[in-house]
Every structure is written in C-alpha cells, then in structure tokens.
Design a protein around this ligand. Sequence first.
Ligand code: NDP
Length: 246
Amino acid sequence: MNLENKVALVTGAGRGIGKGIALSLAKSGADIAFTNRNKTYSDQTKSEIEALGRRCLAFQADVTNVEAIEEMTATVQKTFSKIDILVNNAGVTQDNLFLRMKRDEWDRVLDVNLTGIFNMTKAVIKGMIRQRHGRIINITSVVGFTGNSGQVNYSSAKSGILGFTKSLARELGSRNITCNAIAPGYIETDMTSALNEEQSKYILDQIPLGRMGSVEDIAQAVCFLASDAANYVTGTTLHVNGGMYC
Ligand code: NDP
C-alpha cells in the first residue's frame, strides 16, 4: 500500500495494536503523529518510526482531554500542513460483572473508547473537509457484535463505534471523506495478556484459523482502508478475527 506524502494521526500508539498500526503506516510511506499516555512507550515508538525515515510527532494527550487534543491537532496541522488519516485506536477495559460494575467503571470505558473518538474526530474534521480528503478508521472489537460476559461497558462502547462510523460515513461521503471500522478478534497484546490458560484455550477453540491475531494482522487492514485501494469503501466494518465471528 503506497501512503507516500500522507500524514496519519494514530491514538494509543505507545504499544500494542496502535504501535503496530503506526509502524505499518510509516513503512507504507506516511508521516506519523501519535498520542498515548506513557512517555517511555512513546519515546520508543517515536524512535522506531524515525528509524524508518519518516517524520514523527509524539504527544501525551489523553483522548478524553479536549483541550490537549485540540492543542495536539493544531501542532500536527502546523508542522505537517494536513492530516489525511485518523486512526482512533486508543482503548481501555475495566471488566466487571454487571451486578458489581460501578458507575465510574462504566463512565471511564465509555469516555475513552467512544467519547474519545468523538473528541478526536471533532478536532480533525474541519481540516479534512477543507482539503476534501480524509480517512477515518475506528478500532472496535468482535465483542461489539457478540457481547461478552463481564464487559457490558466495553462492548457497549464498541457497539457505539459502529453507529458512529455508519452515520459519519453518510454525513461526510460528499466531502470525499471515508469512515470505516475494524473489528479485531483476540490479538496478542498487553490487553489480552491477562487471560489465563483456561480462557485462552476456550478462545482458541472458537477461532477457525487456530491462533490469536498479531498486531500486524490489524495494521495491514488499516493500511488497506487508508490507501487508494479502498477509495470506494465507507461505512463498513472489516472483521479481522481468524473466522471466530462472521
Ligand atoms: P493496549 O492496552 O495494549 O494499548 C492501548 C494503547 O492505548 C496504549 O498505547 C495506551 O497508552 C493507549 N491509551 C489508553 N487510554 C488512552 C487515553 N485515554 N488517551 C490516549 N491513549 C490511551 O491495547 P491494544 O493494543 O490491545 O488495543 C488497541 C485497540 O484495539 C483498543 O481500542 C482495543 O479495545 C482494541 N481491541 C483489542 C483487542 C485485543 O485482543 N488486544 C481485540 C479487539 C479490539 P499507554 O501506552 O500510555 O498506556
């Protein structure tokens, strides 16, 4: 996928899937801006992107902090002159059975996973409309489709992303801006490292391809949706889950 002369902004790219996405976009030729919270992870990702010969701006802007996000996007616009691709990847889990789930566990997960996407998209959209080009790619989850015990908050946020994606695609199609989602299955990252042996076996038994996904599996799907090969794709969800849900 050729993304030369493109500028991509990726949230949650300090580690895990977001880092894989940022590196793959950079390998395809894009300059990268990204945000996360932890400076050590951030420095590492930034140096790996720069080692690929791409320009990179790194921020510690929390996606729930509107002021920090606006400051960040203004800096990216000023430095790189534009933002072509926004990848809304930052996400958190705070699992609990519904009967035990506290209101703040609900609020935090909705704030980061869903309202964070609203905040980020608001901050970049005017620039995309002005340049009459843009790609918005939202990372949802297979559990946004299937639900999952202990994840009422997380699966609600991930389902919400689907409505957001479809509605925005309808609103912005006439401006040559596409908006799509990617729904990963179980991917090997810190988020899934807490699974015990029994849980891992249960999950693997449901995956026809017989393995957990890698961050590269998701990153390749992002590169496709960001590229000209996906010019006529909008409002859809690409399932990348080894066949566990179709
Ligand atoms: P990780 O927990 O490994 O990484 C999450 C990243 O998001 C980190 O870089 C973290 O920053 C960043 N982040 C978290 N909260 C915020 C915030 N408020 N503001 C800015 N950055 C933030 O998660 P994964 O890589 O596994 O998941 C990435 C996305 O993929 C998430 O949306 C997740 O829901 C989704 N997903 C993951 C699956 C999986 O199996 N792993 C399956 C389906 C979907 P820091 O490094 O500073 O902590």
